[in-house]
Design a binder for this molecule. Sequence first.
Ligand code: BGC
Length: 758
Amino acid sequence: MRKLLLIALTAISTQAIAQVTNDGKMKIFVDALMKKMTLDEKIGQLNLPGAGDITTGQASNSNIAGQIREGKVGGLFNIKSVEKIRDVQRVAVEQSRLKIPLIFGMDVIHGYQTVFPIPLGLSCTWDMQAIERSARIAAIEASADGINWTFSPMVDISRDPRWGRVSEGNGEDPFLASAIAKAMVQGYQGKDLGAANTIMSCVKHYALYGAAEAGRDYNTTDMSRMRMYNDYFPPYKAAVDAGVGSVMASFNEVDGIPATANKWLMTDVLRKQWGFKGFVVTDYTGINEMVDHGLGNLQTVSSLALKAGIDMDMVGEGFLTTLKKSLQEGKVTLAQIDAACRRILEAKYKLGLFADPYRYCNEQRSKTEIFTTAPRNEARKIAAESFVLLKNQANTLPIRKSGTIALIGPLADAKENMPGTWSVAADFSKAIPVLQGLKEVAGDKAKILYAKGSNLVADSTYEKNATMFGKTLHRDQRSNEEMLREALAVANQSDVIVAALGESSEMSGESSSRTELGIPDVQQQLLKELLKTGKPVVLVLFTGRPLTLEWEEKNVPAILNVWFGGSEAGYAVADVLFGDVNPSGKLTATFPRNVGQVPIYYAHKNTGRPLAEGKWFEKFRSNYLDVPNDPLYPFGFGLSYSQFTYSDIKLSAASFRPGQSITASVTLTNNSKVAGKEVVQLYIRDLVGSVTRPVKELKGFEKVELKAGESRTVSFTINAETLKFYNYDLKYVAEPGDFNVFIGGNSRDVKEASFKLQ
Ligand code: BGC
């Protein structure tokens, strides 16, 4: 034991010493380089233009090449292919005075060419290893294609499904989102950022971007600091704790100052309180947009950004064109410019770019390590794990691989829409739509008939706006009646109807806010008609956000929410529909009954006039006249083909002191004939506090797999750390007193016990 301890200590100290030596070497290198740099060259490092007109073999003739030669570019983003990247890198390291390599970024958000589910879907796996693996695979593929920096993970908490970017985040809960932030950063950066198959991660959008008023993208946010610290900051901090190399500023304001110019946010919180050592990049034209925010002209806002702690300016060239003047006029200092330049050079150093600027430009790797069989199989498995079974009346699912299956809907044969929003590197032609998936997985055992049934939405302009970036749904010119007629003819020949309906992939994501959250008009009509045939109908629901599904929940026998599952989605849908994979996804965002309930989330406060459980309306209570308070599907919810039951909670002790811990356990039983996975969730309520506390907060989870009939004890450790929160003075404390603990398969259906912190 002693010997082991000694080995461990030696290992730690060797690691620590190596880190110190590396940091020391890096400092010596960067110091020497910066001594040679002119002011213009330093400012040039802070400039991150978009890729512009670069074409393979022609990089040196591109518009951007001139700027690179003059040392006016620090990096480029969203260029695809190792050949192009090698070409531009050559301009930087062979034709610029100081030969400083460029850093190459990209929005590798949920996979590179092998595409995984959209982040909201991925979060519903509650499987941190799978999530880390997805980021690892993304890093391997991206780095094989020349990329060394990704604008991911996006960890903005959001409780408003009107906001389209909920699709890019991990839902509403800070505890779960923090675990995911850590897994993603580890997956991208690996153990050694200098390795050729790891990339630098950039956590975004710091901060509070998910709290845009009315769910309208880029809109104002305003919240108390207690809410920031307890609910919205934790995932960004978790990424910092995991060693994330960079941070992206958000577009929105925080406390009346846009994040991009917010010194409290960028320096006091991020660097001083959290100890962040990497660099901060703006979001796309984030500096220029502060002119419209009303903070002054481009020179003023650029100097504000630098002084706040921003290091790199994405696209807008505010730094490039005004910082020199601001320095001459005494509006910024050389020390501020130097600090930003140093952080960018350090990032390049950590990535090993000074040692070998072509480290990530390996043509051989780009041919052999992208979109290969093993990662695609992994993506198929993970996609199936992200699906959430919302309803399954009378075991409508799984369906048999026999007879005739009618597959109907605008999302049924929609290759371009499978990868989902933010899939910059995806090859849509290789994505697997549901039709192909069902046919291949069923083989010759079942007959699959197909009809489109309807367009995405009646209004063609709406459809155009919701199918951008080549993500077409091939709008059908036939009338609604004609399409419906064809669909019913197909439906009537079948034993079971699978309706693939919902949003197109660009109906969520950036600049895709919605005020109505139902399945669009013509698709609703189609669904109603299909139900009238009297055949069993399974709704395979595509969506990038929680939708309002009250009607569907009442009328459709089975609903499988498949988000946007990525390049292998079609296979994964077939795997789950046929029961080859038992669904195990659990919602990470509450599904409201209607838009009026928004924002709606499980970890709400009690109010002074809470409504009694089970009630709909009581005068002078906190409630609505027209709809119950509770959501349609709560946070953590998701069905399985298995049936799980929970025993009562056993506590190892009824009270403990700081420094001690207790365990809360349940016995989980699979009371069915099929093996399945269940996400066991632990919630806690702090009953009395110095400030008001949520009615429930997620504090632990474990995904367990049980064979048919199997039982297992699942235990969680609770200590003072579990109970800490930021109090009125923003001190992170655990307050003695009474607590409730809940364990269950979702945030609503739980077992309950109580304990005391002394
Ligand atoms: C988005 C970011 C993204 C950036 C670069 C912006 O519009 O907000 O999330 O990383 O563009 O593509």
